[in-house]
Design a protein around this ligand. Structure first.
Ligand SMILES: Cc1cc2nc3c(=O)[nH]c(=O)nc-3n(C[C@H](O)[C@H](O)[C@H](O)COP(=O)(O)O)c2cc1C
Length: 328
């Protein structure tokens, strides 16, 4: 496995990502995945709002944007999988190169920009899944949508995915779609939250809705948003998305790279946001994500108030064995 991971690092990041996931899928089709990586019995389960998470470790949004790999990721033993971010219309994202790996620092910078095949494609993929675990869908807006159109995009995705999603995550924190993070400001998030709340009531969607937050906002902004999350009866927050602050990368030449930083250098920052959220409302449900790459960092997220934990970057660097490492 180590050799395979080292070989993949020699290839451009997006190509190696695609090869790795397709290879895992190939093993899954041959029924070999469970045999090679049988991590299904680890971890304790958690019940929340009628959903049973068979363990507390999930795959974070962005890894399987289009729902092409749900079953093979599920076979690796993750307790839940979040697909997306999905937008109403397919879009190709920002120009390449747009993913940069820093293996020695356990970090990735990406500026993909919600490249995805659109919500209708994702829904068809979800319908075909045989994965029985919890499946979340992360929703966003198309790059060219502004103002009311942006809100309409979220609602369109919401309405299309709720018949099939165990939970929905509202992504207001990607740094790679212009102005998306401005949805952290009250005047911008209020119309979105009102529209989502209304759509949820009309459709009687009682499963969880989570808001995914940026680690780059100040405490006051976060407090206002957390109060609104409660007021609109959403079910919790995901802390956090990537950071635009690259100062934690070792080389100064890397600090001006545009995009969101994930992995080890995000750990402290995302923990800080989790702490703020937990201090603000200890009862609020929280999913911790950012820089988890060991049993200690996994446990720390739970200690800081997270009920569930997600990973992305450490899965890229450590492969499927990360499941066993974190849960055993
Ligand atoms: C290449 C890449 C693409 C991502 N795409 C998305 C996305 O589409 N939607 C989203 O909410 N988060 C996205 N993320 C953020 C992750 O879901 C996660 O919040 C972040 O990477 C921190 O976790 P980590 O340190 O374990 O990677 C992406 C991250 C990476 C590295």
């Amino acid at each position: 496995m180590k050799f395979a991971l080292l070989f993949l690092r020699l290839l451009p990041p997006e190509i190696s990502h695609s090869i790795a996931l397709n290879f895992l899928n190939f093993l899954y089709q041959l029924n070999l995945l469970g045999f090679l990586f049988s991590y299904n019995d680890y971890g304790e389960s958690l019940d929340f709002k009628g959903l049973t998470f068979k363990n507390r470790l999930g795959i974070a949004a962005g890894l399987d944007k289009n729902g092409d790999f749900i079953d093979c990721l599920g076979a690796l033993g993750f307790g839940f999988i979040e697909v997306g971010t999905v937008t109403p219309i397919a879009q190709s994202g920002n120009s390449k190169p747009r993913v940069f790996r820093f293996p020695s620092q356990g970090a990735i910078v990406n500026r993909l920009g919600f490249n995805n095949k659109g919500v209708d494609y994702l829904v068809e993929k979800i319908k075909l899944r045989s994965f029985k675990g919890v499946l979340g869908v992360n929703i966003g807006a198309n790059k060219t949508s502004e103002g009311q159109k942006r809100i309409d995009d979220y609602i369109e995705c919401f309405l299309k995915v709720i018949p099939y999603a165990d939970y929905v995550t509202v992504n207001i924190s990607s740094p790679n779609t212009p102005n998306l993070r401005k949805l952290h400001l009250e005047e911008n998030f209020l119309p979105l939250f009102e529209a989502l709340h209304l759509a949820r009531m009309e459709r009687k969607y009682t499963n969880p809705i989570f808001i995914k937050l940026s680690p780059d906002e100040n405490e006051e902004t976060i407090s206002v948003i957390l109060t609104a999350v409660k007021k609109f009866d959403f079910d919790g927050v995901i802390t956090s998305n990537t950071t635009v602050n690259k100062e934690n990368l070792i080389f100064s030449g890397q600090h001006n790279l545009s995009g969101g930083l994930s992995g080890k250098p995000l750990y402290a920052k995302s923990n800080n946001l989790l702490k703020i959220a937990h201090a603000h409302d200890p009862q609020m449900f929280k999913i911790g994500v950012g820089g988890v790459d060991s049993k200690e960092t996994f446990d720390m997220k739970l200690d800081l108030g997270a009920s569930l934990v997600q990973v992305y970057t450490s899965f890229i660097y450590q492969g499927p064995s990360i499941v066993k490492k974190l849960l055993k």
